[in-house]
Write a new protein. Sequence first.
Length: 550
Amino acid sequence: METLEFQSEARQLLRLMIHSVYSNKDTFLRELVSNASDALDKLRLETFRDKDLVADTSDLHVAIEVDRGARTLTIRDNGIGMTREDVIGLIGTIAKSGTAEFLQKLKESQDAAASQDLIGQFGIGFYSSFMVADKVTLVTRHPRAEGVRWESTGEGTYTIEDVEDAPQGTSVTLHLKPADPEDHLADYTSTAKITEIVKRYADFITWPIRMAKEDGGEPTTINSRKALWARPASEVTEDEYAEFYRHVSHDWNKPLETIRMHGEGVFEYQALLFIPSQAPLDLFLRERKRGVQLYVKRVFIMEDCEELMPEYLRFVKGVVDAQDLSLNVSRELLQQDRQIQLVRRRLVKKVLSTVKGLMADKPESYATFWREFGTAVKEGLLSDPDNRDAILDIASFASTADPEQPTTLAQYVERMKDDQQHIYYMTGDSRATVENSPHLEALRAKGFEVLILTDPIDEMWVDAVPGFKDKVFQSIAKGQVDLETEEEKAQAGERQKDFADFLAWMTTTLTDKVKEVRLSSRLTTSPACVVGDAHDLTPTLEKMYRAMGQ
Ligand code: ADP
Ligand code: MG
């Protein structure tokens, strides 16, 4: 038996683990199970490549064993294993990319709690065992080498020795610290607790993860192994999708639409996304959670991965499983990753085009979609200029054309009069307010259609978005709405002269209240109306700003 020293960086990291106050200690199991799963993947690949390799691949699996008396937890796999050199190189030193960065940040961070948060951001692999164990024993055998036993308390040194008759693969035995809720240490000898953690983090690992019940008996598989997104679309049933949707969304309704995608080449990924059929109650609350989950090679990495789905599509649920990311990937790294940005762009386009498909093929589903999520999607007109046209394409609005049915912009344009230049709209609190407005009279009288925009967000995007195709949006409550023919204009000019004195008098009399009094051609039955300047705030916006105290 040999006693060796950990490399100095490894020592630093271990000290951090041993004294960890990190609140999510359950993650150690995710790390160990994912290592086991990787080892199984590697062995499978290796035997494909090298027909001479002597290894049993007939029952590749992960086994979890609990010994309550001895207070140990063992994670065992019959995968590729490690040679003695592997163990010293991989476990005794830290060669991982990102570790240097991690330690640097750690040094910079003065605050103990903040430095603990870094653990969550970077992930620490095998060493995370020392958050929950005061001694770790690893026994491993590579198909082309003798078995090795490694053991450490994580304090500076480890021992390593050769062992005979080590089974194929690796077993990691944790000698558990006493359970301590204060210190976020659960009872990891409880099979219920272990099952819960596995289900949360590794349910979709394709290898079976087996464990015996506390009262003994045959081990059973505790993960569902259903990586639906990795199975051919034709093989997955509606019910399976629905069940998985329930799992990721906690919504008991059926999804409105299921989207499957995959990318190959430089950055391989699979995506399984759902558009819900009902908006969650917290759609417009800040604290809301649960959007798209990120998996790396079947291992759950994070919930609500904003880097993959923009805010305005926050209601989209599902999973993106990336092949070429590190399990330790942090939000910070994701934000900078160009491949992730490309994936996000593709996902957004796919969601928008799926909705466009609904418009054509399933008008009822589309109507449901827009009713439930339209208000959120319109935020994208402001935040995602690149997809503005695609969003306008799938948008619909209440209109004077039909008291019940909303209209799309394409349908509006279709109905436009030959000489009509603009898409007319009016914003307001409600349909009734807009319909009772004198502004609408002239346009109605002349047979023009007006969009009725009643969402607060409408006030904002109509200012930012110039138009749809080559048609410009024009508020009928602002500036001069140019509805007259040349002849009518000439007549209006004459009339303006006739009334000049009167208008001047009115303007002076009302000088505190209005900027100018003009003759109007908008009105048919009302005697007068108040209009805003082209650059003024609309009454609704004015009210909003006032309510916000501005
Ligand atoms: P990572 O998995 O990110 O590389 P870890 O600290 O989890 O970092 O593991 C370090 C390395 O140790 C792995 O890359 C792998 O080569 C080796 N290793 C860990 N666990 C196992 C295992 N169960 N079987 C074979 N090799 C393993
Ligand atoms: Mg690992």
